[in-house]
Design a protein around this ligand. Structure first.
Ligand code: TYD
Length: 213
């Protein structure tokens, strides 16, 4: 039985979601106490996960299904080893990227059937997030940030059109699940973006932790 709360951070590469997840983890640790907060990310944040992460980001995979299966294998172990135990302990789990990344990147981005991907999610028993914060920035802005910080990995170096499709995926998911997937304007300064993130965390999670966050 799960007692914790599960929050995911989503967005295209260069959207600034990692910074927001870090701010949220620092804020939550101050408020709830460090042992009630788990900050994690996909792919790779579990024992052994660095091997899958390396393959995914630098393995020069040729088949989009190989990529999909590796993301799912990574998630199976991440959920079993890290996320579920933390939820069972009553923690607030803050996770950078999760199932919505797979839908946005592998279904909208790579045109793999959404129905099929979702059937794999349910067969794998992945828990649903309570809240998903979609940090949204236009592709051109994200791209400028990626160039400025010199990041380029296999996926990030794909064409801009790919990221446009991924962003469309997030927009569609947010429209479909307006209560869970909340869009946040990520074009502002990180501290201004965090005022929205923080307000949403307080609104959605304060009650479940029995305190005013
Ligand atoms: P990473 O370097 O962690 O980038 P970011 O900081 O933007 O998360 O790379 C993860 C990459 O993997 C990113 O381009 C998104 C992609 N990805 C998928 O395509 N599908 C998925 O299911 C997940 C979790 C990530």
């Amino acid at each position: 039985m799960q007692h914790g709360q599960f929050v995911t951070f989503e967005g295209i590469d260069g959207s600034g979601k990692s910074t927001q997840a870090r701010f949220a983890a620092e804020f939550a640790a101050r408020t709830l106490g460090e042992n009630r907060v788990l900050w994690t990310r996909e792919p790779g944040d579990w024992k052994g996960g660095k091997h899958i992460r390396e393959l995914l980001l630098h393995g020069d995979l040729l088949h989009c299904h190989a990529e999909l299966y590796l993301f799912l294998a990574d998630r199976c172990e991440h959920v079993r080893q890290v996320i579920e135990p933390a939820l069972d302990r009553g923690c607030l789990v803050l996770c950078e990227r999760y199932c919505d990344s797979t839908l946005a990147y592998q279904s909208w981005g790579r045109n793999i059937s959404r129905t099929w991907i979702e059937s794999l999610f349910s067969a794998s028993g992945f828990p649903n997030p309570n809240l998903t914060l979609w940090i949204d920035v236009p592709v051109e802005k994200a791209w400028e940030r990626l160039i400025a910080r010199g990041s380029a990995d296999r996926i990030e170096s794909e064409a801009l059109t790919f990221l446009h499709s991924v962003r469309e995926g997030y927009a569609a998911l947010s429209k479909e699940y307006p209560q869970r997937v909340v869009r946040i304007d990520g074009t502002r300064t990180p501290h201004l973006v965090f005022t929205d993130v923080c307000a949403l965390l307080k609104k959605n999670l304060g009650e479940s932790f029995g305190i005013s966050l």
